[in-house]
Write a protein that binds this ligand. Sequence first.
Ligand SMILES: NC(=O)c1ccc[n+]([C@@H]2O[C@H](COP(=O)([O-])OP(=O)(O)OC[C@H]3O[C@@H](n4cnc5c(N)ncnc54)[C@H](OP(=O)(O)O)[C@@H]3O)[C@@H](O)[C@H]2O)c1
Length: 434
Amino acid sequence: MQQVNVGIVGLGNVGSGTVAILAENAGQIALKLGFPLVVKAVCSLDADRVPIPESLGPVFKTLDWRQVATHPEVDIVVELVGGTTVAAEIITTALSLKKSVVTANKELMAVRGAELWELAIASGANLAMEASVAGGIPIHAVLREGISGDRVVALYGILNGTSNYILTEMERRGATLEAVLADAQRLGYAEADPSADVDGLDARSKLAILAALAFGEHITPSDIFTEGIRRISPVDFQYACRLAHTIRLIAAARQTAEGLLLSVRPALIPNATILAGVRGAYNAIWVKGFYGEDTFYYGRGAGSRPTGVAVVSDLMRVAREILRGSPERVSPFAHERLGEYRPLPVTEQKQAYYLRFRVADRPGIIAALAGILARKHISLEAVLQLPCETKHDLPFVITIEPASEQAVREALQEMSPLSFLLEPPLAMPMAPPL
Ligand SMILES: NC(=O)c1ccc[n+]([C@@H]2O[C@H](COP(=O)([O-])OP(=O)(O)OC[C@H]3O[C@@H](n4cnc5c(N)ncnc54)[C@H](OP(=O)(O)O)[C@@H]3O)[C@@H](O)[C@H]2O)c1
């Protein structure tokens, strides 16, 4: 009987979910494919101690990834180690042996994905990475195939479950970021080192990949303007609520006539928009097409089984191609080759902003700030001050009408020496142009 053999390197969160689905759902998978997917070999640093479901039959276990990547019976190598070093070796070794690869590795694919795809083309193998962005949401399939006939104009995503969990818990409990983060770490929802999540770096890698799929440009993640959520405080949610908005870490990509505008940053979004309803560890992506207009995708962005589903679905697609042959193989980046990236600095962006100040109360504060804004031709929209007992540490908010980010930055720079400010003002864009 025909079958396709799989070798899995990495049996952690995603690896264990993948193995469990391949075992428990083997019947469904074989029914859909018309042939079985067989797990031939697995590897992790403690593979000896990892239980493998008996229903998978005899599975070769090893601590050495090379024995999986070069295994003569393995047709598809699954890289679930993460990082950019060993993972890259595993993938290049497999591809150079004409074995197709499935990976969940956003970090590596964001930086070297295009180069690895070239290697896959040269060796006639496939490279699939659905699980690398938004775990359980099949957003790659959507951009690669589902709406590939459209021209994407913009996409907005909540792509990091940990920071979304933190923000929505801060909003729900009125708690500080530090308190929510500590709880999340205790419950295992956040890493001991949370910087990739709270500083926006994880979302940045994911945006680089999604924007490459959507716009066909070869994006360097470090070129993307990135700001994390560390400066958000409970008082920002109180003011956002007063403005009928909430705060989310938004990964945004927008095509303009001058180039591509990319950013990862916290933003105030109207409560009435669908993204505002994305709570907890969920992810969502809102895609605006020129022809098809708005589509919205929502689901679990991480987790052993949701991400495992993405890996297994990639395995099925690649396996089908291996056995049935598929001349219309599609690039994991939705474009056969990526073009040059024409980044536009975010300073070119023009939008409304929320400016939050913490001041030691004294007369003339609003006049001083308004004067600076006026000199930069920035129009105030509203000044808000919620009741506060502590006159020595008084928060208040100014919202401004759409202005260029450049002008806003210059105004903030000019404000920074003002002696009544207890910390630099916090600026967040309001309502990205959804
Ligand atoms: N976690 C998620 O929900 C999620 C969602 C989407 C994408 N991803 C991506 O999926 C990948 C895996 O993430 P994960 O959360 O499953 O990581 P993880 O739990 O840390 O698992 C990593 C696995 O790789 C093994 N490993 C590490 N170095 C190795 C080496 N040199 N040789 C062989 N095996 C090695 C580890 O073995 P030991 O356990 O024995 O050390 C472990 O089994 C990453 O690229 C991640 O970004 C994860």
